[in-house]
Design a protein around this ligand. Structure first.
Ligand SMILES: NC(=O)C1=CN([C@@H]2O[C@H](COP(=O)(O)OP(=O)(O)OC[C@H]3O[C@@H](n4cnc5c(N)ncnc54)[C@H](O)[C@@H]3O)[C@@H](O)[C@H]2O)C=CC1
Ligand SMILES: O=C(CO)COP(=O)(O)O
Length: 347
């Protein structure tokens, strides 16, 4: 699709995954275009019934009222039928397993958009790559959306911005038009790799910041981890083919700031609980929502190792998660590294 042929907002959009972000994003789409039918797929029938009949998803969004043009069903084929846009918002590690069952129901020519911020364990694949492989779609029919987008704040209609990226700029602009609401402003990009890597690695850095907070460390420590976290995120993004300027934008620095400062962030919260001395198993039991960084950290480090990219904060988080580094020793591990110029692109 080219910039010269803008398409109308679709009459129907499917959102697969009715957790915290899938449900909130369905609200954004429905508020953006009241004439559009936004169909949500829920794993559990009772969640679908609550959304369609009571306009609520109380487990994830409390009393937030969903617009009347949002409906939900546990029948994925019905949700996907006639949808020109298909939005995916399930936990990253579960995506590959679910796509084969969805493939036949995805309409011909539909564009698939990932909202997910995880890297696949075992393959180090980004979600756009998993989608391309499992659905056999060309790159210009796959897009990603990422930015400082804490679902609960958006559900309360607090203003935020985001980035939608697709190799075809016309397609990114079409998706952006479909999700522009009074409280949600999407920018466009063609840097799919950069936008995805920003969203993935910020979860790992938020775990590190949370650990520091759990050990009662203050704002100097947090700012140092966030800033150096952005440096290592940028190194990985660039090594994979992403653009450094993307890391200075909403999907990089913007999301890092939001996630590392907010008590709403599940990754930040998981890190804080680890820092307070809970084991990983105890943290996992406490979290009843997805904290992608816990699993993605290992895949991020694997990817960095293969590319010879130095990611000391990620390596320290992985060591904590694997029980090889005590939370009290994380600071010392990072400070013991060799001294170097700040702007050194290699380290
Ligand atoms: N919640 C947020 O503020 C934001 C989340 N994201 C990303 O969106 C993705 C989805 O996250 P959330 O909606 O927050 O997660 P969540 O934990 O709130 O919900 C996950 C949803 O996926 C469903 N699901 C489908 N198949 C599943 C399976 N096999 N195992 C477990 N759950 C399954 C769950 O039933 C649930 O509806 C993640 O990659 C996350 O990083 C991105 C931006 C904001
Ligand atoms: O991606 C998010 C904000 O942009 C949500 O962060 P958490 O998954 O840590 O809650």
């Amino acid at each position: 699709m080219s910039d010269a042929s803008p398409r109308a907002v679709p009459a129907k959009i499917a959102v697969l995954g009715s957790g915290s972000w899938g449900t909130t994003f369905a609200k954004v789409l429905a508020d953006a275009s009241p004439a559009t039918h936004v169909a949500l797929w829920s794993r559990r029938a009772e969640v679908a019934v609550e959304i369609t009949e009571r306009h609520r998803n109380s487990r994830y969004l409390g009393d937030t009222r969903l617009p009347g043009n949002v409906t939900a069903s546990d029948d994925v084929a019905a949700v996907l039928a006639d949808s020109a846009l298909v939005i995916l918002a399930v936990p990253a590690q579960t995506l590959r397993g679910q796509l084969p069952a969805w493939r036949a129901s995805i309409p011909e020519n539909a564009v698939v958009v990932s909202l997910m911020k995880g890297l696949e364990v075992g393959t180090d694949a980004r979600m756009s790559e998993v989608i391309a492989e499992e659905l056999a779609l060309p790159a210009d029919r796959i897009a990603v959306l990422s930015g400082p987008n804490l679902a609960l704040e958006i559900a309360r209609e607090e203003p935020t911005a985001s980035v939608v990226a697709c190799p075809d700029h016309g397609t990114a602009a079409w998706i952006a038009a479909a999700c522009t609401a009074s409280y949600f402003r999407p920018y466009t990009s063609t840097d799919v790799i950069g936008v995805e890597i920003g969203g993935i690695v910020k979860n790992v850095i938020a775990l590190a910041v949370g650990i520091c907070e759990g050990r009662s460390m203050g704002d100097n420590t947090k700012a140092s981890v966030i800033t150096r976290g952005l440096a290592e995120t940028t190194r990985l993004a660039v090594a994979l083919g992403g653009r450094p300027e993307t890391m200075a934008g909403l999907a990089g620095m913007g999301d890092l700031i939001a996630t590392c400062s907010s008590a709403l962030s599940r990754n930040h919260t998981a890190g804080r609980l680890l820092g307070q001395g809970l084991t990983l198993d105890q943290v996992t039991v406490r979290m009843n929502q997805t904290a992608e960084g816990i699993k993605s950290a290992r895949a991020v480090l694997d990817s960095a190792t293969k590319l010879d990219v130095d990611m000391p904060i990620t390596a320290a988080v992985v060591a904590v998660l694997q029980g090889q580094l005590a939370v009290d020793d994380l600071g010392a591990r990072l400070l013991a590294r060799n001294l170097k110029p700040e702007g050194d692109p290699a380290q």
